[in-house]
Design a protein around this ligand. Structure first.
Ligand SMILES: Cc1cc2nc3c(=O)[nH]c(=O)nc-3n(C[C@H](O)[C@H](O)[C@H](O)COP(=O)(O)OP(=O)(O)OC[C@H]3O[C@@H](n4cnc5c(N)ncnc54)[C@H](O)[C@@H]3O)c2cc1C
Ligand code: SF4
Length: 438
């Protein structure tokens, strides 16, 4: 063999072979992830998702590397492929990273239409005086939500309105980033504002897994310093929102869910909440897309020991906790609780298998169950919640489990029926195809 051929053979063994093996391993992993996502129903988007123009994509994988979420995209057969579509929150990092401009962001898919309100560029819906901002309008991300909240407040000031007797200029429904930004901006312009929140201020941010690093674009809340892009913990973000609310002297009416918004003959609005009826000149809906937490509708659910999210796992040391649900939130909560000293966790799920969460969460749950840290009750439903126990209906018959707390993490009821009732027109988005909603 000539030295030339030897050199080629060495290069092949040292460089090409490992690269080829690596490529095959990645391809195998990507295919496995695709199968798991398919089985778990994660291939359909919640709202926004990247669409790949296959005639332009050359499989560089830049989008896969750029996306900060869990394996939304993978390269398969030399092309970017949407795998865990439901994990996409619309950073758009993939679109910016693609060297051939093969990606853009769309709503919904051919199989799953996503309903979005029809809005003007001023965020006003077809109901005059009724505005929609933030994720409910389709665009995710904290920075977008804040920007839209501020812009909508500016836009609505351009038209006149009538304030009903005893009412306020503006009711903002939902105290997530968009609602808070909107209320702050309107207040800074001298408007009388009511900010109503069914839970606690903070919106979707409160539901991130604890201390999740938020890869946010920079944003600026009215009257506050600019917050730079990059990494930020969830706790820090809540502190920033809290300080902005306190500095402006803004009150958030927490624990008050808005149940109906009706336009009156004089163009003002009647807003009915779980606690009162309010008059308003203008209404901004900033209710996000997570909806209202789904309830179990069983005896004892009104008890103080029932909660719909996990905030501080440390509070549950030496407690018996029942977690209900089978998605990422429920599994992550069960795992976080299982790490607390003396905490006895039971996870109840109505189906025969847990497939919906990310694979990493499923693997961690399997390990926790095998180690006896989580008691898994599949094909079970809650029958009754009592002071010191819960009754479950299981395949093996009725079971009574000692209990101090119940966490219901079974998803949310989407706000579309609520929107429909306000008279707002919706459009159904199937990726690039859009239809009217009857
Ligand atoms: C797991 C996860 C990870 C994410 N990661 C990132 C990230 O890294 N970076 C980023 O920028 N964005 C991220 N996002 C997206 C971002 O959090 C949202 O886009 C943003 O919070 C939307 O703000 P919003 O104000 O429109 O709605 P939300 O934050 O959803 O707030 C809506 C508020 O309205 C309230 N509400 C709903 N209905 C009613 C009613 N009828 N009456 C009264 N109140 C009501 C809700 O309780 C809620 O507090 C993530 C989202 C999730 C779920
Ligand atoms: S839009 Fe964001 S979350 Fe969605 S795939 Fe692109 S980078 Fe990932």
């Amino acid at each position: 063999m000539t030295p030339y051929l030897i050199a080629i053979a060495v290069i092949a063994v040292v460089f090409v072979l490992p690269a080829w093996i690596g490529f095959l391993r990645e391809e195998r992993e990507a295919r496995g992830e695709l199968e798991r996502a398919e089985a778990a129903g994660r291939r359909e988007p919640v709202s926004i998702r990247p669409a790949v123009d296959t005639s332009r994509c050359m499989g560089s994988g830049a989008c896969v590397t750029a996306c900060p979420e869990h394996r939304v995209l993978q390269v398969l057969d030399g092309q970017a492929t949407l795998v865990n579509a439901s994990s996409c929150v619309g950073h758009g990092a993939c679109v910016r990273a693609c060297p051939t401009r093969a990606l853009d962001l769309v709503f919904g898919s051919e199989r799953r239409g996503v309903d979005l309100p029809e809005l003007g560029t001023d965020f006003q819906s077809n109901v005059p005086g009724l505005y929609v901002v933030g994720e409910l309008g389709g665009m995710g991300l904290i920075a977008n939500a804040v920007q839209q909240g501020v812009q909508a407040a500016g836009q609505l000031m351009k038209r006149e309105w009538t304030v009903p007797e005893g009412g306020v200029d503006l009711v903002v429904v939902g105290a997530g980033p968009s609602g808070i930004a909107c209320a702050l901006e309107a207040r800074s312009k001298g408007l009388r504002v009511e900010l109503l929140e069914q839970g606690t201020f903070g919106g979707a941010i409160r539901h991130y897994p604890r201390a999740k690093i938020v890869m946010s674009r920079g944003f600026q809340l009215p009257g506050q310093k600019r917050v730079g892009g990059g990494s930020l913990s969830k706790e820090r973000l809540i502190e920033i929102l809290s300080a902005a609310i306190a500095d402006a002297g803004l009150k958030v009416a927490e624990g008050e869910r808005v149940e109906a918004v009706a336009r009156q003959d004089d163009g003002s609005f009647e807003v009915r909440t779980t606690k009162r009826t309010l008059g308003a000149g203008r209404v901004v809906l900033a209710v996000g897309r997570r909806g209202t937490p789904r309830r179990l509708e069983v005896a004892g659910e009104e008890s103080q020991k029932v909660a719909y999210r996990l905030l501080e796992p440390e509070r549950y040391e030496h407690r018996h906790v029942l977690v209900v649900g089978g998605g990422d939130s429920a599994v992550e909560a069960a795992l976080a609780l299982s790490e607390q000293r003396g905490c006895r966790v039971t996870l109840s799920y109505r189906k025969a298998q847990i497939t919906r969460p990310k694979q990493a969460n499923v693997d961690r749950l399997d390990a926790a169950v095998a180690a006896g840290r989580v008691q898994l009750e599949l094909q079970s439903t809650v029958l009754e919640i009592a002071a010191d126990r819960v009754r479950l209906n299981t395949e093996a018959g009725e079971r009574v489990v000692p209990n101090d707390h119940v966490l219901v993490l079974a998803g949310g009821v989407l706000p579309m029926a609520f929107l429909h009732a306000t008279g707002i027109r919706l459009k159904r988005h199937f990726g690039r195809r859009v239809e009217d909603v009857a």
